[in-house]
Design a protein around this ligand. Structure first.
Ligand SMILES: *Cc1c(COP(=O)(O)O)cnc(C)c1O
Length: 244
């Protein structure tokens, strides 16, 4: 935080930070698996694009951030880790309400790697419910900026628990499937893969599925997936870099 390495228990954010008060922040999550980052370049690309779109500026350049992330992992001692980098709007030293006067802040951390699905769920599959909650539309919040606007996703989760399911998918404004809390979704039907195109965060692992399908000669497209299409799929799987 602000150029210092701290134990997690001492890493604290000011209650006046607009990242906390207004969700005025962008972030990225990457993982380290057996000592190596997974596609860190693509995650850094997305993080820097997000900051640029939100008109945020940091005093660290890309090489320095890469170094900080490596140090966080090394100091934490985890060979498999969940690594998060965050840029918040920060706050104004004079309590101005003008976001241009805020001093943007950078923080990063590494904690042990954890999966969205536990071991048992990974083996037998996750029970997922489709919530009627609508993902925040792209005209309100640009979904290509990884963000903390999660009230729709959290509501989706509670809906799913009410249905007796273990996780949720929520829909877009046209009632097609969008995404879940921190993951993208794919359907497989007759050997062809499909993933929602509209109103979702373009995940790096989602991108990796496209890359692998290209190598393997499998058909994969991004397009609208109606909820009936999802239910009628041969297989459904979710993707998330830091969620396993
Ligand atoms: C991070 C995230 C994903 C998954 O993206 P990856 O880069 O594959 O981890 C999907 N949806 C949302 C809303 C996310 O925040």
């Amino acid at each position: 935080m602000d150029g210092q390495y701290l134990p997690m228990s001492e890493a604290k954010v000011s209650v006046l930070d607009w990242g906390f008060l207004h969700s005025d922040a962008t972030y990225d999550t990457v993982h380290v698996w057996e000592g190596r980052f997974f596609r860190l370049d693509l995650h850094l690309d997305r993080f820097f694009r997000g900051m640029q779109k939100l008109r945020m500026k940091l005093s660290f350049n890309r090489t320095e951030i890469e170094m900080i992330l490596s140090n966080c992992v090394a100091l934490s001692g985890h060979s498999s880790a969940y690594v998060e980098m965050i840029c918040t709007r920060g706050g104004s030293p004079t309590f101005s309400r003008d976001p241009r006067e805020a001093e943007n802040r950078f923080m990063a951390f590494a904690v042990p790697f954890g999966s969205v699905a536990n071991k048992e769920q990974l083996e037998r599959g996750l029970h997922v419910a489709i919530s009627n909650t609508v993902r925040i539309p792209p005209k309100s919040i640009d979904p290509t900026i990884k963000n903390y606007h999660w009230l729709d996703l959290v509501k989706g989760l509670f809906d799913a628990y009410d249905y007796g399911a273990e996780t949720a998918l929520i829909v877009d404004i046209n009632d097609n499937i969008a995404e879940g809390p921190g993951f993208n979704v794919f359907t497989v039907k007759s050997g062809r893969l499909k993933t929602p195109a509209y109103g979702v965060l373009p995940g790096i692992t989602r991108q990796t599925v496209f890359d692998l399908c290209g190598e393997l000669g499998l058909s994969v497209i991004a397009g609208d997936i109606h909820r009936d299409e999802l239910k009628g799929a041969d297989e459904v799987f979710i993707t998330s870099t830091a969620g396993g």
